[in-house]
Design a protein around this ligand. Structure first.
Ligand SMILES: *Cc1c(COP(=O)(O)O)cnc(C)c1O
Length: 390
């Protein structure tokens, strides 16, 4: 049924799970059973116990593996479960090199959990290949990349990092949450593990917490399978179904939201109250060219910096369309404040070192008409100006 010659957007719909073999149902059936009857003492069926394997979860795992160009996918109860469990292939005494502006939850896990298990780390600027190379040690096992990074949108060269990793017998992990396979496929660029918070663009509707991992190697896959079953943080079947449904519209959502983000970022770049816009779609961004080479778009998330905390507070009060919330990658635009939200678990000095100032806001552009967003932001800036004059 699957046809690898179809384009990505067609394969979102026409894949191995286009319909159910048994009934012809055009939506993947949700299999709730926790256990499966076995024919005899000697004959076991494809499933035995729901934590170890479930057809609904497998449908999602196969689909994400195929979309990322990998051999095996794994679905977990959250993005953090996917990320934490991937690190669990490491052992005491191992070392990880990771990007300085890593997701706040990953920062917390690496600095507060892995260290207790004797797994050490070094933070580097991943966009600086010399700095990365200089920090690889004898015991380094993983180079951990997040690109574009959160929330300052730095672009890391996935191909160059993967090459460097291979030279040092390390694995490359890429958190592909911001891009999704619709825009960027790290395994095709040489990475070993792709990670997702499917809570974001893949689910796409702010209605599920889920995580995914994809690998393209049988040995790595069996380690991941073993850990998934050992830890048991598997994705529930209802949630697997919600993620599968979200995936069907991934391409069209990413296309719309990326275009709208590009227009809004360029507009904000001309607003006098905006000190900085961090978006790789701006030709002045240092990662502009690299992003155009390794991905097919700049994505729907970007950050912009206002004067200070006071300005942020007022802007958030005046703006009407975006929800003001943690998270990103949904049908509705989401405005967030990294200092206390995504990076709330990072100490202030660490945060500021990463450019996450008290004036920084992040926007994840949804499916609204961009003209409406611009008009809304425009009225908010107008009010900000009025108050300033008072
Ligand atoms: C949200 C997010 C995560 C964590 O995912 P959860 O589903 O919230 O556990 C990891 N990485 C990035 C880039 C994220 O945005």
């Amino acid at each position: 049924m699957s046809n690898e010659t179809y384009s990505f957007q067609t394969r979102l719909l026409h894949n191995n799970h286009k319909y159910d073999e048994l009934t012809g149902a055009v939506s993947v059936p949700i299999q709730h059973a926790s256990t499966f009857h076995q024919k005899s003492v000697e004959e076991f069926g494809p499933y035995d116990y729901g934590r170890s394997g479930n057809p609904t979860r497998e449908a999602l795992e196969e689909t994400i593996a195929s979309l990322e160009g990998g051999s095996h996918g794994f679905a977990y109860s959250s993005g953090m479960a996917a990320i934490s469990l991937s690190f669990m292939i490491l052992s005491q005494g191992d070392h990880v090199v990771l990007t300085k502006d890593v997701y706040g939850g990953t920062f917390r896990f690496v600095t507060q959990v892995l260290t207790r298990l004797g797994i050490e780390h070094t933070f580097v600027d991943m966009t600086n290949l010399e700095e990365v190379a200089a920090n690889i040690q004898e015991n380094t096992k993983v180079l951990y990349v997040e690109t574009p990074s959160n929330p300052t949108l730095k672009i890391t060269n996935i191909q160059a990092i993967s090459k460097l990793a291979k030279q040092h017998n390390c694995l490359t992990f890429v958190d592909n949450t911001f891009m999704t396979p619709a825009l960027q496929r790290p395994l095709e660029l040489g990475a070993d593990v792709v990670l997702h918070s499917a809570t974001k663009f893949i689910g796409g509707h702010s209605d599920v917490i889920a995580g995914l991992a994809v690998v393209n190697d049988d040995e790595l896959a069996s380690q991941f399978k073993f850990l998934q079953n050992s830890f048991g943080a598997v994705l529930g079947v209802q949630d697997a179904w919600i993620v599968l449904r979200g995936l069907k519209t991934l391409h069209i959502r990413m296309e719309h939201s990326s275009k709208a983000a590009d227009v809004l970022a360029k507009w904000l770049n001309e607003v006098p109250e905006v000190k900085n816009v961090y978006y790789s779609g701006l030709p002045t961004h240092p990662g502009y060219q690299l992003q155009a080479e390794q991905a097919t778009g700049h994505g729907a998330v970007f950050s912009f910096e206002l004067e200070d905390y006071e300005a942020v507070k007022r802007f958030v009060e005046y703006v009407k369309i975006p929800v003001f919330a943690v998270s990103l990658g949904a049908v509705e635009s989401i405005l967030s404040y990294p200092a206390t939200m995504s990076h709330g678990s990072m100490p202030k000095d660490e945060r500021e070192k990463r450019g996450i100032s008290d004036g920084l806001l992040r926007i994840s552009v949804g499916l609204e008409k961009v003209d409406d967003l611009i008009a809304d932001f425009d009225q908010a800036f107008a009010k900000l100006r009025q108050k300033e004059q008072v």
